[in-house]
Structure formats: C-alpha cells, structure tokens
Design a protein around this ligand. Sequence first.
Ligand code: HSE
Length: 405
Amino acid sequence: MKIAVMGYGTVGSGVVEVIESHQNTISKGTNGQTMEVAKILDLRDFPGDPHETLFTKDFNDILNDDEIKVVAETMGGVNPAFDFTMKLLKSGKSVVSSNKELVAQKGPELLRAAEESGANYLFEASVGGGIPIIRPMSQCLIANNIEGVAGILNGTTNFILTKMIEDGMTFADALKLAQDNGFAEKDPTADVEGFDACRKVCILASLAFGKHVYPNQVATEGITNITLEDVSYIASAKGVIKLLGQIKYINENKIAAFVSPAVVFNGSQLASVNGVNNAILVRGDAVGDVCFYGPGAGKLPTASAVVADMVDCVKHINRKKFFGWGEGAEDYVADYKECLQMPFYVRAKASENKIKAAFGEVKFLSRIGQPSDEKAFITDIMTQNELEKKLEGFEVINIIKVTNY
Ligand code: HSE
C-alpha cells in the first residue's frame, strides 16, 4: 500500500527509515501487505538524499493521489498541520501523528472529521515517544475506572534534573549540556516551562476520562526555579525532584490536571526514571498501578510508534477503529489548588518556632552549607490554598508539591 510522510525532520526521516528497513515485520502486522513510501512533503531541499524523487513541496500531490491511503504527519505545530490533516481525513485518508501540540489543541475536531469520513486518526507517538501508552490506555486498561495518572513526560527536563541530582550541575549548565547533546532546542522554552508536558497531559487526560482537555485548562509550571539547594534538601528526605504531569479523577464531571515539579520519594517507580527517559504511571481501580517506561523522544523510538499506527491503519483500511473522546467543557478541569490535598516541600527564611506555630509538627530537612536563618520542611497534607494562607508573612524561597505516586 502507498503511504506518504509530511515533514522530513528527525521523526519523519526516522519513519521512512523504519518503513524501509522493517518491511518483513511490517508485513506480518498487515496480513502480508507491504508499505511503500510514495511521497514526502517538505518545503526544504534535501540534496543527495536517496529519496529525492519522492519529495514534493505541494500538499495537493498527496491529497489528490487516490492510491495513498495512509499519511504520517510528523511536521509539528498547529499550522499548517491542522489544515492538511483535516483535508486528508475528510477525503477518507487515515492520518497518524506524532504532533502533540496539534492533538492537544485540535483533537476533538480532527477525531470528529475521522468519525464522519470513516478514516482513522491515531497518535501513539504524541505521548511518551516510543513508549506504548495510547493503545494500552484505550484498549488494555479499558475495564478500569482510572483514578489518576502521573507521568514524567518530557525527556529534556528529566535529563536536566537528572544531571542536577546526580552530578550536582546547575540548571544552566545542565540545560547547555542538553542543548549540546541535541536533546533541547536552541529555544528550550516549551520543554523547561512545562508546555510540552502540558500538551501530553491534555492527551492522556482526554483519553483517560473521555472528554477533551485543552492546554489552557492545565495549570503549568516548569523547572526554571529549581536550584541545587532544593535538590540537596530533598535528597536528605530520600527523594528526588521530577517534572510531573498529574491527572486525578474527582467526579463524573470534574478532573484535576496540572504540570509542576514534584517531590518523588525513592520507593516510587517514578524516582529512578533518569536521563531522557519518560514514564507514565496509571492508577486503575482493578489493575492497581501500572507503569510504562522507555525512551520518550528520539528519531527511531518515535518512528517506531508512528509506523505501528500506520500498520494499524493499513489493517483497518475501510474499517473504523473505535477510538477517541468527546468535546470538553469550560468548567471540566477543577482548580487543583482548591480541591486536592497533598504534602508540600517549603523552603523559607524563618525560625523553627515560627514554622511550628503555623504548621505544627513538620519534618525539617537539612543540607550542607545551610544558612542558620533558612529552613526547609515537608508539611502535613493540605490544599495549596491552605498552604499559601499559612505562609502569609513568611519569606518563602520555594514551594514544591509532594506526590503520592
Ligand atoms: N522535546 C520533547 C522532550 C520531545 O524532550 O521530551 C518529545 O516530545
């Protein structure tokens, strides 16, 4: 079967490579059909590339080719990926995507278009890179009521935090190393400010609870305020700091969803996820905790997930897979600061007596070089609004949520 790839960057070129190098395994999954890359859309030139004859700069060459039934969208960004995907789905072609920004912003419209035309729109690679998570959540865990999800969803920030924790590097040095290694972009904002993890939280939350969650509904905090002093205090409590996306079921009409640095204690499955790896822990009422771990980014791992979706589309040609979710609602995502209780790590300039007067007995932490007027402690469980009220009049240096995953 003829297929096309839109976007010949890291992931798109990986998709072409995996298709060409894995015809044998692919044909096992497609009941003997081969997949032939017929067109590659990209505005750039790739002189000397062995696929030179397949390149086009005109999207209509793919849209109007009746023999192309499945298209991989690995362009990234909302525009023009949205317009192209919409036109392909409306024309009855199936689309698979690694584009989390597009799914998070426009998922319901694209899923509806696929529903109406009978095409499939799949995006296993949009969360966790090569880790199987979309299919397990939509199929294998379907008998569960999901109670919550917590994930290390961004490889770049996990690499930076790992370097800070294990090698004592500053945030700035670790970021530079991530850039030198090609993990972080020149402009690392989407990773370090948590926006990339936020998009993945939207997709996981929509999948887990059946209603779309938009990025502007997810409170998002990145890792730029994390210092080696915080890392050191938390190490004394036998924990590590991770950037987590967290989703919690509240009731049929409400969930909580947020991205923030979080203290993870060493017994957790998430605590030992290091470097650019990702992990997603899903808590179901029947299954308990299941954790999906592996490479969350990279050319071939991400291509592995994209190509698996293409195989599924080939297998389901002219047949709709039951997959997707409904529209969201403005008041669907609750204010987690008001409705979720948890312990908090607090670092402040204050005396022990002042802290005890406000919080009662707390667990004090220590670090080498700790100034006598600086205290760090872990509170009892409370909402963030309650915490902020208690901290009125304190000179707070940092607050980090403590997770129960
Ligand atoms: N920038 C992302 C990361 C790529 O570092 O995880 C994969 O989504």
